[in-house]
Design a protein around this ligand. Structure first.
Ligand code: AMP
Ligand code: MG
Length: 344
């Protein structure tokens, strides 16, 4: 008996020695102008480090491939479009264009990544936040009159054409969702089963964190820490958009970075929109579109985009959401006023 116990203890020690302790591995990567948090559960230190180094390499090359104003594949393509010529796109850009065409149409063009010239005009094609007066109304209206839309863009193989040279592609509203989903796919291919990749306001979960779902925080849009904690199930993404994230200020008025394609001005009525979806690109694009849809239209636009779980915070701080979202949301701190909407 004693001998058996001794043998058992010995084999346990050998086993533990062979497989170093597994647990939570957490690292940060600086990319896309933000810090990306990578949390892996149930990996060894070595597996964790290798996986994060792998993601880092992929993210850094995507950064220049999709960047809206730093020279790379997308700026080359935009230059061709502006000259009225076809341009060559990388496989990721082709995919982003195809997904964006679908989501733009479903959002009644509120999500409109063809709007790059207006975004640039408002000063957001810059690492620094815009300073000084907003652009002249005449200039805004001149770009609006040229109606740049994703429907102007067509893809054939690796060639992209735009029937409208006023189109300038800017994937700022969808690229993080797309990239974070790619990162999760990459981790899965590396044999990792439990992960959370969080790129400043947008994240995708895989598996679980120990014996419970991944729990994430949604930032308070009025700068008061965390508004709510959410549970994310396997494969789900959550994205939050808001005009509080990047904005310029002039004479006491804030001009946010989400531009309404109907007016050419930043949206004002909704301060933040949060969307949970199985597809990170949809969650990201829809969060941006719902900020612009406003209280009158958000439910219609959400359902057109195939979104069932969304939460909006209006200017007065009231939270609007359907019961399917409410069951995931746990307010931290004082509960805000909530207006329940019908199922989306
Ligand atoms: P997000 O933080 O996902 O809401 O994305 C905001 C970014 O998307 C901005 O910084 C712009 O680069 C871009 N953007 C602004 N307005 C729009 C719009 N109406 N449709 C698509 N992209 C936009
Ligand atoms: Mg977005």
């Amino acid at each position: 008996m004693v001998r058996r116990r001794f043998l058992l203890a010995l084999s346990m020690a050998v086993l533990l020695g062979c497989s170093p302790a597994t647990g939570l591995h957490h690292e940060r990567i600086y990319v896309f102008g933000t810090l990306v948090d990578v949390s892996l559960w149930g990996v060894t230190e070595k597996q964790g480090r290798q996986a994060v180094a792998d993601l880092d390499r992929a993210f850094q090359s995507q950064h220049f491939e999709w960047h809206a104003w730093k020279p790379g594949a997308l700026t080359d393509l935009n230059a061709a479009i502006a000259r009225g010529e076809p341009g060559r796109a990388t496989p990721h850009l082709v995919r982003l264009i195809e997904i964006s065409k679908r989501l733009s149409a479903q959002s009644d063009d509120l999500f409109n990544p063809a709007l790059g010239h207006l975004i640039r005009l408002w000063g957001f094609h810059n690492d620094e936040l815009p300073a000084g007066a907003p652009p002249a109304r005449g200039e805004i209206e001149a770009w609006l009159a040229r109606r740049p839309r994703m429907a102007d863009v067509s893809v054939e193989g690796e060639w992209v054409r735009s029937s409208n040279p006023a189109v300038m592609l800017d994937f700022g509203a969808i690229a993080k969702g797309y990239a974070v989903d790619l990162a999760i796919e990459r981790l899965r291919a590396l044999g990792i089963r439990n992960a959370l990749v969080n790129a400043g306001g947008g994240m995708t979960a895989m598996g679980r964190h120990d014996d419970r779902p991944w729990r994430v925080g949604v930032r308070h849009p009025q700068g008061k820490g965390i508004l709510a904690a959410l549970e994310l199930h396997d494969g789900e993404s959550v994205h939050t958009s808001g005009n509080y994230e990047r904005y310029g200020e002039h004479e006491g008025i804030r001009y946010g970075h989400i531009i309404d394609p109907r007016t050419g001005y930043p949206g004002r009525e909704i301060v933040s929109a949060t969307v949970i979806h199985d597809d990170g690109s949809v969650a990201d694009a829809a969060a941006t579109a719902l900020v612009l849809a406003g209280l009158a239209d958000w439910q219609r636009i959400a359902s057109q985009m195939g979104v069932k779980r969304a939460m909006l915070v209006d200017e007065g701080g009231t939270v609007h959401m359907p019961p399917e979202m409410a069951e995931r949301v746990h307010f931290t701190g004082e509960s805000p006023p909530v207006e329940m909407s019908p199922q989306l």
